[in-house]
Design a protein around this ligand. Structure first.
Ligand SMILES: [Zn+2]
Length: 499
């Protein structure tokens, strides 16, 4: 199971009870649209390890998570108009290695309402209501959100046991469960305004008026804002990675507070192979940005060639780190463990290395191209891990016997912030386009990871990071703006910013 592969999608605009009240923070109301006996109304007793509270039905348990996410978002935003979310648990795309966890978006958008900041400009419903100070469509909800109920019936993601419903990020989570709270938090973010309002299929506007995102979506190769492009030009720009950036003042002013240089495997010696190597960070264990590790590298010998069986179509090796204790545990203690990808989960390799006393783990890919995905969850792992290319692993192994290899799991000092281009935060613009994912997410290259990246990163849980200044860029008043976002990096690292 690799949570890194999970995709979340954004719905396009859809057509669809609301109330207003005055409040210092925003009130977000979840409207359960599931039918009798299903989803939020499921009367089943939850699995004992699903993180539900005593006495809850499965449906009540699910709805509690939504209400926690809504309440937390409400604390961050300032709106006198209640934000209404139609929410349901439905069967969504499922496969062995990837699944759509959820999708959400605004149900409508409005332009030229009272107090609209820009004329002839479309704002997502919840934002427009907030700016207008009244509910512009009082018989319609503002946001629609749905989540994959199939996660709980064993048909999604190899080896998964279903959703994890505990909302405390500090509660140890079973390795085979996927936390629902960060997914709900992310999807509500789409509904509140993290949605371009452009059609990924053809580059057209989904609204009659220019979407507010059109002022800030900028192609730093063609030097055009999306509001000034033709549909055809937007069709090119949507896949023009890494050149599609966000040109909002506040987001870029804040980006150095949230982003760092990219994670790297830094080989310190010998001189012949010294340098920075591309590396994939792990979803488990320590973050190499805040907890780097330096030491001599030791190639693991776990002493066991794992057998072929129903769960393992290919035999293991003594170097895969899948068995414990390691045959060379004494040599691994206090050092950085090098293991090969394959046969077992990344988390098991890292846990076994930690049990042997390793201070960090390098996973060398077992395929010629790409980096290991490094997904998974095990709260008991406290050491950092990085995945590296097969070729990187090969050159390290060639130098281990003599003269030996010393390396750092860390970040590339002095490099541009990961996920930026020309000083501006990048948006997700892969080629080919991914309908429902492209443009309306930050780039997956951001490091440390951000809430609004395309795939779930369980290390985020309920942090909003750069999403809040982006909301300020498009017009949201946020409850913490005078505390958290008063200052920022100056001059603005992005030269293309618009007010
Ligand atoms: Zn998303």
């Amino acid at each position: 199971m690799t949570a890194k592969l999970l995709q979340r999608t954004v719905l396009g605009l859809l057509a669809c009870a609301a109330a207003t009240n005055a409040s210092a923070v925003a009130t977000i109301t979840i409207i359960n649209t599931d039918g009798a006996g299903e989803g939020f109304n499921d009367p089943a007793v939850p699995a004992a390890d699903a993180g539900c509270q005593s006495g809850e039905t499965l449906g009540q348990c699910r709805l509690r998570v939504f209400n926690v996410a809504a309440a937390q978002w409400g604390q961050l935003l300032d709106s006198d108009v209640t934000i209404t979310v139609n929410a349901a648990m439905n069967p969504l795309t499922c496969a062995g290695s990837s699944a759509t966890l959820g999708s959400a978006g605004p149900l409508s958008a409005f332009a030229d309402f009272p107090n609209a900041p820009k004329p002839a400009t479309a704002y997502q419903a919840a934002l427009a209501n907030s700016l207008a100070g009244e509910d512009l469509a009082p018989t319609t909800s503002d946001i629609r959100a749905q989540f994959n109920v199939s996660m709980d019936n064993g048909t999604c993601l190899n080896g998964t046991a279903g959703w994890w419903y505990d909302t405390n990020p500090n509660t140890p989570r079973p390795a085979n469960r996927t936390p629902l709270l960060p997914v709900v938090f992310h999807e509500i973010g789409h509904g509140l305004g993290f949605t371009s309002l452009y059609d990924n299929a053809d580059g057209t506007q989904l609204t009659d008026d220019t979407p507010i995102w059109g002022y800030y979506l900028y192609d730093e190769e063609t030097h055009k804002y999306w509001k000034d492009m033709t549909d055809a030009e937007r069709n090119v720009s949507k896949i023009n990675d890494p050149h599609l950036v966000w040109a909002g003042t506040r987001t870029n002013k804040q980006s150095p507070k949230f982003l760092g240089p990219p994670a790297k495997l830094i080989v310190n010696s010998p001189a012949g192979i010294a340098g920075n190597y591309d590396a994939q960070t792990a979803e488990f264990g320590a973050n190499v940005a805040t907890h780097p590790a330096t030491g001599d590298v030791v190639y693991v010998d776990d002493g066991v060639v794992g057998a072929v069986d129903a769960d393992h179509p290919t035999a293991g090796t003594v170097n895969d780190g899948c068995e414990t204790p390691f045959a060379n545990a004494a040599a691994v203690a206090g050092k950085i463990a090098l293991v090969d990808r394959g046969y077992c989960n990344f988390t098991l390799k890292a846990k076994n290395a930690q049990l042997a006393g390793a201070i960090g783990v390098i996973v060398a890919n077992n395929a010629a191209s790409g980096l290991p995905g490094m997904g998974g969850s095990d709260a008991s792992i406290t050491i950092p891990s990085l995945g590296v290319a097969q070729a990187t692993g090969t050159s390290i192994k060639a130098n281990l016997a003599s003269p030996g290899v010393n390396a750092t799991l860390g970040t590339e000092i002095g490099a541009p912030l990961a996920g930026t281009q020309s000083g501006c935060i990048r948006l997700n613009a892969p080629d080919p386009v991914v309908l429902g994912s492209s443009v309306s997410h930050f780039t997956a290259d951001a490091f440390p990871n951000l809430l609004m990246e395309p795939a779930l990163n369980t290390t985020i849980f309920d942090k909003v990071d750069l999403t809040l200044p982006l909301f300020q860029d498009i017009g949201w008043h946020t409850g913490v703006e005078n505390i958290l976002f008063l200052d920022g990096f100056d001059p603005n690292p992005c030269p293309f910013v618009q007010p």
